[in-house]
Design a protein around this ligand. Structure first.
Ligand code: SF4
Length: 462
């Protein structure tokens, strides 16, 4: 399961300050949100420059190319593809020249109706070079800007037509615009340090340059950062519910981030504690599936009094692996990513904590590996409810047909996985652990209650 992208935007009131390294460090801190490509656009008061490439932030940027990027205002992006292939032409920021100057855009999210919008633009003569929804937004904004030289008005107009999730940073000449979709599906926070105002998908990007969190960008808010900070509300947002993605807390975000006022580490500790309350187990040790379930396993261990231990070591230097055609090869692929420590596992009864189960194939393969290593009992605890429906907002999960919990009862899943006991955290408990009311969270993949309309053909495909 992968999220789509991390974004950063910085404006320095000191026009002689070069913010390229601050953007670079911010992207570095968001690397977990996308490892396929990275890019930065900067404006120095005269012209805009963009540099982007495939790979990790440290592969794309070096002193040579960063030193050539100069400016006091800019945006950055790390990408994991959900719409469009992993190609350089799909990397961001997208940029283009138009009559009024230059525009660059970095987007986190997924536009559900991008196909229709793309066709509309093509019919009007727009040449769209990538296969992503983010470039569609870029063209829509520049189309509006040519008609109406007021970018706030343009964002208002374009946002009326977008269905889906979008946190955006948009550089129009040397003005930085920040946009969060009307329900706030994707996170976006505002921070500052001295002359710098900064926005980022997660607050860890502030920490790395010593900036302080001011607040979260509000759902449906448009912020203009130039010599002052201006805040606007999108039209009609007062009727919209809030719907922050629950998976940010369960899995995506770094545990040292704050998302919509909640400390992710604390949420994950709460998840572990609740899992113990709902599903205690007679066991010798509590172990996480690394890395995303580590904090929840610590929470379970603290509540239960069972020792916390490591039984699986994750290979952190692994990229995407090829889809393995045979079961034997898939198991080899699992061992490449996660290797058991026999001395910690043999003869033990373990509580194994994972953040979620999507298809169940990786869980099944890992459980087989643990059993072969000599584990006596496995009590599997899952830090969220069963995933019964796909995500339409930029989380590459699976289709409904592939989701184990959409097609099997809990008893069946218990048997398929071959564990001694299985416990999924309930939706009510997860909401309680996050500490934000369910009416302000997206729960679509758990209960099919999505916060936006879904085009009919999309539901059918799922
Ligand atoms: S459907 Fe699930 S993964 Fe997608 S935004 Fe909603 S809570 Fe997040």
């Amino acid at each position: 399961m992968q999220d789509k992208c991390g974004i950063v935007g910085i404006y320095s009131h000191n026009t002689s300050e070069n913010i390229s390294y601050s953007l670079y460090y911010g992207l570095y801190a968001l690397q977990h949100r996308g490892q396929e490509s990275a890019g930065i656009s900067l404006h120095n008061g005269q012209r805009m420059k963009t540099y982007q490439g495939m790979g990790l932030v440290c592969d794309v940027f070096n002193n040579g190319n960063l030193d050539k990027l100069k400016g006091n205002v800019g945006i950055g992006h790390v990408r994991y593809s959900t719409t469009g292939k992993s190609l350089l032409e799909n990397s961001q920021p997208f940029y283009s020249e138009f009559q009024g100057g230059s525009i660059a855009i970095a987007h986190n999210g997924d536009i559900i109706n991008s196909h229709e919008l793309r066709e509309e633009l093509k019919a009007q003569g727009h040449h769209i070079r990538s296969s992503t929804d983010s470039e569609v937004i870029c063209h829509m904004l520049s189309r509006e800007y040519i008609k109406n030289q007021d970018m706030i008005q343009c964002i208002q107009e374009v946002s009326q037509k977008l269905i889906g999730s979008y946190s955006l940073v948009v550089l129009v000449n040397n003005d930085l615009y920040v946009v969060r979709d009307p329900v706030g599906l994707k996170p976006l926070a505002l921070g500052e340090k001295g002359d710098i105002k900064m926005v980022a998908s997660e607050t860890v990007a502030f920490d790395v340059i010593g900036a302080q969190l001011i607040r979260d960008v509000e759902p449906g808010e448009i912020i203009l950062l130039n010599n002052k900070t201006y805040s606007y509300k999108m039209k009609n947002v007062h009727n919209m519910p809030r719907a922050h993605c629950m998976f940010e807390y369960v899995y995506f975000a770094r545990p040292d981030s704050y998302i919509d006022g909640r400390n992710v580490y604390q949420v994950r500790l709460n998840i572990g504690q609740e899992l113990y309350k709902q599903f205690p187990a007679e066991a010798d040790v509590v172990m996480p599936i690394p890395d995303s379930a580590i904090t929840a396993a610590i929470g379970y261990s603290r509540s239960s009094g069972l020792p916390y231990g490591e039984g699986l070591i994750k290979n952190r230097y692994i990229g995407r692996t090829f889809i393995m055609p045979t079961q034997g090869e898939r198991e080899a692929s699992v061992k490449l990513k996660m290797n058991p420590i026999k001395s910690e596992l043999e003869g033990k009864r373990i509580v194994l904590v994972d953040d979620s189960i999507v298809r169940g194939t990786t869980s099944r393969a890992l459980i087989d590996v643990l059993k072969e290593t000599g584990v006596e009992e496995i009590h599997l605890r899952i830090g969220c409810p069963p995933i019964i429906s796909p995500c339409y907002y930029g989380v590459a999960m699976a289709t409904k047909k592939e989701l184990i919990a959409a097609n099997n009862t809990l008893n069946d899943i218990h048997k398929i996985l071959g564990v001694d006991s299985l416990g999924y955290l309930s939706l009510d408990s997860l909401v309680k652990c996050i500490g934000i009311g369910q009416d302000r969270l997206c729960t679509g993949c758990f209960n099919e209650e999505y916060p936006t309309t879904l085009p009919k053909d999309l539901v059918y495909q799922a």
